[in-house]
Design a protein around this ligand. Structure first.
Ligand code: NCD
Length: 312
């Protein structure tokens, strides 16, 4: 049996750090924290060290901290931190450890959050490390799926877009194995899911197929996880130009999906979902961004050992 005390002091670096029943415990806790207006984080200081652009992840964490009565310190771009003077990440985190109770880190290099966690004794939460992982996005994606579709088990989930560089995809795709999902991967060849992830799906026994056609993938799907082509990860800008408009979900394309299809997107969106889709009940992506606050409230309170009162 999982209990709140199992979360205290832990780092959140990859989704693999968490078992299925721990994830479900977190999602249940998020339901409780959704309506929580107490101040369990009063007197706690959370540091946001964001070396890459962010809107939702940083602001929903800051909102979560504020709503729970805690305080945030930090920076939203590398240029305003001492990294601009040549300071190493490990020096920065050792210093900020003395100013805060938990570190939220986003960094363009894969493995940055894991490295930071090796140098500090307080919990470190990976808010995105390069094209690698984005575990808290996955928790809110699962929370969204459960709220919108009503269950997590035995779903047919279609991922479309940039499966090569999208860290939100990389985190979610393997976790779905815990819930017996069937997965369809839609991308041009250049943006395929990396080979090692495909092999991991095989090893986990996940039923998965690949196609370049969104149209063919949609019939029968419960969830469509649409993604942005990750311009900042391309070494060749011309390559980005070639692939940036590969998919566009508009009302016509949506006709291939069922009436119950839930459309998720970690956002930001560029051109891959037409604005006309926003008004459809299928469009869950703005609700998804809002659910991030409840999930992050629950996660912070659990990691800091402040969740008991709310969960009692
Ligand atoms: C995602 C990210 O940063 O990986 N955004 C987010 O955190 N909601 C997806 C993206 O940038 O495309």
């Amino acid at each position: 049996m999982v209990s709140a005390s199992d979360f205290i002091g832990r780092d959140v670096i990859t989704v693999g750090d968490f078992q299925r029943d721990e994830i479900l415990f977190l999602l249940d806790a998020a339901d409780r924290f959704d309506a929580q207006h107490g101040r369990p984080l009063a007197g706690r200081v959370i540091a946001t060290l964001f070396f890459e652009p962010s809107t939702r992840t940083r602001l929903s964490f800051e909102s979560a901290v504020g709503r729970l009565g805690g305080n945030c310190i930090g920076f939203a771009e590398a240029g305003v931190s001492s990294q601009a003077k040549g300071e190493s990440l490990t020096d920065t985190v050792r210093v900020v450890e003395g100013y805060s109770d938990l570190l939220l880190i986003r960094h363009p290099k894969e493995g940055a959050a894991r490295l930071a966690a090796e140098y500090v004794g307080i919990p470190v939460v990976n808010c995105g490390d390069g094209a690698h992982q984005h575990p808290t996005q996955t928790f809110l994606d699962l929370y969204t799926i459960r709220r919108e579709v009503g269950r997590l088990d035995n779903l047919h989930v279609v991922f479309a877009g940039d499966l090569r560089y999208g860290r939100a995809v990389h985190s979610l795709v393997t976790v779905l194995a815990l819930f017996d999902a069937k997965i369809t991967l839609v991308s041009p060849g250049f943006l395929r899911l990396p080979e090692e992830q495909l092999q991991a799906l095989d090893a986990l026994g996940v039923v998965h197929e690949e196609t370049e056609s969104l149209e063919e993938a949609l019939p029968g799907a419960d969830v469509l996880y649409m993604t942005r082509v990750q311009r900042e990860r391309f070494s060749d800008p011309l390559e980005y130009e070639k692939f940036k408009d590969t998919y566009r979900l508009d009302l016509k394309m949506l006709e291939h999906g069922s009436d119950e299809l839930a459309i998720l997107h970690p956002l930001p969106r560029v051109t891959e979902i037409a604005p006309e889709v926003d008004a459809k009940p299928h469009a869950a992506y703005f609700r998804q961004a809002h659910y991030g606050v409840a999930v992050r409230k629950a996660l912070l309170a659990l990691l800091l050992g402040c969740a008991d009162e709310v969960l009692a």
